[in-house]
Design a protein around this ligand. Structure first.
Ligand code: 6PG
Length: 474
């Protein structure tokens, strides 16, 4: 140990996120004690901490960590999600007093957080599960924080979490979302949206690269230009930057040297699985997760191209314009977020949370990966009426009225030329279904009644009717 003064908070797990979060906490003036299983990692971390060293206490054992924190203690876990979290809690809990609090700040599955929270309640000890978004930079200089657990437990550390969080025009992007796994659930939806946002950007990139024959640098300029108005967002900004980068080894555009096989840790998949459990339609996000999965099937894709030949892909000159692509992406983005927020509403109802929709949009305005200007408009629309699908809020319905023609054109032209645009297409289908008062589900109901006597409602009133299938059916 290197200090005698008590630490306000502790942190276990000095991987990139944990190390950066610790420095952020130290920088905001909170003395922090840190522990990592491998002591060399702790030593290196302290060595590199520069002038923040005075705020940091390096501990070689869990007991040392516990001893140096001011009671009642709060200890953040920044260890890999899953079994490691359970193991860490099992090792730490016996060393703690009953009013000491463990805070899991990793990317936990919210069902795990619910289970750990229930265990903590039955043990009579405080526990928080908080979603932290923003990658390495965010952790160091201001992430977006989505808290879950007992409100009094949140209140004990909210000063620290608000201080280290990103600020949107001075407002901290750190909010308590609800009990149990609420914070990690909101983080999972964030990640589902993240997947879809990234996928739709990749789709318009593909249309520019393969359909319009544009070089990476020119595509980068397009993204940078889009980033100056409606689509302003971290993901569009970095897409512009990555498209502009050059590979030092070959001097080719860096993007062209990257294998087209996307990784994933699984949080987007959790969002989709949960949406299915809740019967909440999120087709844009589902398509994005499926697209990531298909991207990993590189060998199959190569075989597919050998058997079927490449799709035509090249578009006729002027078939789609850059402004049309921009407008289509705006439409797709609105539809994607509308679905994400609808999923949050469904979960809130199912799990007995009161997830604060406008607050969720607000904490996503800065710090997190999906931060964007549009989220501020979403926060306003949701504050006006949190019970209405975002696509029907006047601000966004106006946007959709203006963008639907471009979205339709981009999806149909891309599809006609074999340029895959699954998330944009899923957005368009969602839009068309959601603006069709008379759907085709009467056929589904008739079929269900025919083969299973499931009954149907009649348009002229009454439920549990059955069709004259025996007599009239061909
Ligand atoms: C964030 C991110 C982060 C996520 C990575 C990688 O909000 O900071 O969502 O939590 O883990 O972006 O995610 P995948 O490996 O699943 O793409």
């Amino acid at each position: 140990m290197t200090t005698t003064s008590k630490a306000r908070i502790g942190l276990i797990g000095l991987g990139t996120m944990g190390a950066n979060l610790s420095l952020n906490i130290a920088e905001k003036g909170f003395p922090i004690a840190v522990f990592n299983r491998t002591t060399a990692t702790t030593d290196n971390f302290i060595e590199a901490a520069g002038e923040l060293k005075s705020q940091l206490t390096a501990c070689k054992t869990l007991q040392e960590l516990v001893d140096v924190i001011e009671p009642p203690r709060s200890i953040i876990l920044m260890v890999p999600a899953g079994q490691t979290v359970d193991d860490q809690i099992a090792a730490l809990r016996p060393l703690l007093d009953d009013d000491d609090m463990i805070i899991d700040a990793g990317n936990a599955n919210f069902h795990d957080t619910d289970r750990r929270a229930a265990q903590a309640v039955s043990d009579g000890v405080p526990f928080l599960g908080i979603g932290v978004s923003g990658g390495e930079e965010g952790a160091r200089h201001g992430p977006s924080i989505m808290g879950g657990g007992p409100k009094p437990a949140w209140n004990r550390v909210s000063d620290v979490l608000e201080a280290i969080s990103a600020k949107y025009q001075g407002t901290p992007c750190a909010t308590w979302m609800g009990e149990g796994g609420a914070g990690h659930f909101v983080k999972a939806v964030h990640n589902g949206i993240e997947y879809a946002d990234m996928q739709m950007i990749a789709e318009v990139y593909g249309i520019m690269r393969d359909g319009m024959n544009m070089e990476a640098a020119a595509i980068g300029e397009v993204f940078s230009d889009w980033n100056t108005r409606t689509l302003q967002s971290y993901l569009v900004e970095i897409s512009g930057k990555v498209a502009a980068a050059t590979d030092p080894k070959t001097n080719s555009p860096m993007l062209d040297m990257i294998l087209d096989r996307a990784g994933q840790k699984g949080t987007g998949r959790w969002t989709v699985i949960e949406a299915q459990h809740l019967a909440a339609p999120i087709p844009v996000i589902e398509a994005a997760v499926a697209a990531r999965n298909m991207s990993s099937q590189l060998t199959n894709r190569i075989e597919g191209q050998e058997i079927f030949g490449p799709a035509p892909q090249k578009l006729a000159d002027g078939a789609i314009s850059i402004p049309e692509l921009e407008t289509a992406l705006i439409g797709g983005k609105i539809l994607c977020y509308a679905q994400g927020f609808e999923l949050i509403v469904a979960a809130s109802r199912e799990f007995g949370w009161a997830l604060p929709l406008p607050e969720i949009a607000r904490v996503w305005r800065e710090g997190c990966i999906i931060r964007s200007t549009m989220l501020n408009d979403m926060a306003s629309a949701l504050a006006d009426n949190p019970d209405r699908n975002l696509m029907f809020a006047p601000f966004f319905s106006d946007h959709l009225k203006n963008s639907q023609a471009a979205l339709r054109k981009v999806v149909t032209v891309a599809t006609a030329n074999g340029l895959p645009a699954p998330s944009l297409a899923a957005g368009l289908s969602y839009f068309d279904v959601m603006r069709t008062a008379r759907s085709t589900a009467n056929m589904i109901q008739a079929q269900r009644d025919f083969f299973g006597a499931h009954g149907f409602e009649r348009i002229d009133g009454g439920s549990d009717h059955h069709g004259p299938w025996g007599s009239g059916a061909a």
